[in-house]
Design a protein around this ligand. Sequence first.
Ligand code: ARG
Length: 616
Amino acid sequence: MLPHKSIEARLQAAVSSVLPDANTANVLVRPCPDPKFGDYQTNALMALAKERKLNPRQLAADVLARLDVGELCEKVEIAGAGFLNFRLKSSTLERTLESAARGEHLFFERTTQPRTVVIDFSSPNVAKPMHVGHIRSTILGDSLARALRLLGHRVITDNHIGDWGTQFGMMIFAWKVEKFFENDPGLLPDPISELERVYKLVNEACKGDAKALAYLRSRFSYDVELELDKIEPEGALNWARMELVKLQSGDKENLEIWERLIAISKKQFETIYNRLGVTFDHTLGESFYNPMLKAIVQELLDKGIAKESEGAIAVFSDGSLPPKQDPFLKQEDGEWKPNPSLIQKSDGAANYATTDLATLAYRLQTWHPSEIGYVTDGRQQLHFQQIFATFRRWHPEANVKLAHVWFGSILGEDGKPFKTRSGETVRLADLLDEAEERAFQVVTDKRPDLPEPQRREIARVVGIGAIKYADLLPNRQSDYVFSWDKMLALHGNTAPYLQYSYARISSIFRKDDSDATSKTSEPASVSLGAPEEISLARHLLNFDFVLGAVVEDYRPNLLCNYLYELASHYARFYENCPVLKAEPKERASRLILSSLTAEVLRQGLEILGIQTLEQM
Ligand code: ARG
């Protein structure tokens, strides 16, 4: 695709050329929020006027007098306290649509200044089933990576799996209890359920559950090496700890069990990622950074960034930030108290924070990113604030944007955290199965005439699409209520509605027998007359702006809303403007509008990781 200079970028360049020494933030041109006033707008001159102590309307008038946008705009007006409103000529819209129809662009511009961006997302913990809590990270992170890539940035996706942690003590203990060396759980149809079962069992035994303890004793009686009488709550817990210590100190048998646990888990993750269509460039889990941790703790000590405290090592406030912004302070009873970030426990073991510092340093050295986004839930906000602040003290020279892209929780219809009916966390695999099954019912109701394999395929695309869209649509920082009925509805702001809109446009092309759409013939010209045609065309031109906003603030929800509005504009157009029954010239022009709408819908949904179908 050829580079396309968006209208907004051209208007911006025109304003900049009149104000060559203004900061670019002061000449930003945006789509006009209310089309009554124009197609594009800049309100930024007001800030510039303030900065230069000028009268804002006078500045706007001066800019306007020297502005050369006659080729694009029908008129430019000063409004309010110093806005400039631009009204495009219809020929500008028409020529832009024609160049898009020739395949020169799809209403967006690839960046001329590609950035290297690392997206850390999904990152489930090994040896535990992937549950609904990991879905937002996976879906959000994937969509952000797709958007950045489309705009021409170099994106590195890294799945920072939790493959090293206290859970392995219990897992290895459980592995030995169940003699998994003889009965490889990896060979079972659902090894994760099996691991989950034994994990729960050991966990309950560690908490003192009598039944779980009795079970462990019965298993241990077969094994002379293990001392039966030690299996009591304390004993179980100690045993798990001992297995962990052995693992950490490189015990061969435990390392082998650990590796097999990881292999089983990774296989499960892969199945889910395949179903979701998500891929990663790297899966560098926490364990990858183990060899680097000791040196980092030492360096932070040497630099005076970390301090010893009651046998542990931690980072404290250095007083450089106002208390309200200082992540190493917390308010208690009206007083500011230390809120340190632990980087080494008193037993010498490293923490989640230590690994994240090592990870950050590794990524900078290896990939030289200008930006790293961490997609996790909002409960990790303090963790990342502390990591970022520690890192700034450790590497003040580093020029990298660090962003915690956090999100809220998924709630059940009762407003409490989303759980199964029996109160357990929902497994991701079950959730995806249910989505497909429910979508199958909907499709079968609507299209009983289609053969079952086709209905199954539609149900897969619709079911997975519905889950993703329901997750991406709310502002990521708000909690949302998980509702099957809402997400699978064919009307309203849902994936099925957008997919259906796409399929409906595709059906026009199946009916069309003219050559206006065939790739070989010269594309027809576009002429916009009806107000619905003009609104639709204008909205198509805003694709660029929306994509920019998505990556700027890590918010795919803006794209969801844009696509929903696009489908709504198209529906109004389709209701008011006959396409196939129009006169040949008009028909060709409207077919172009239709096919470009379909193309933007398809591309937009692809950024959200959602597939489309020609027929539904
Ligand atoms: N494994 C963590 C969890 O499940 C998320 C890791 C996020 N990434 C990071 N670099 N800390 O909560």
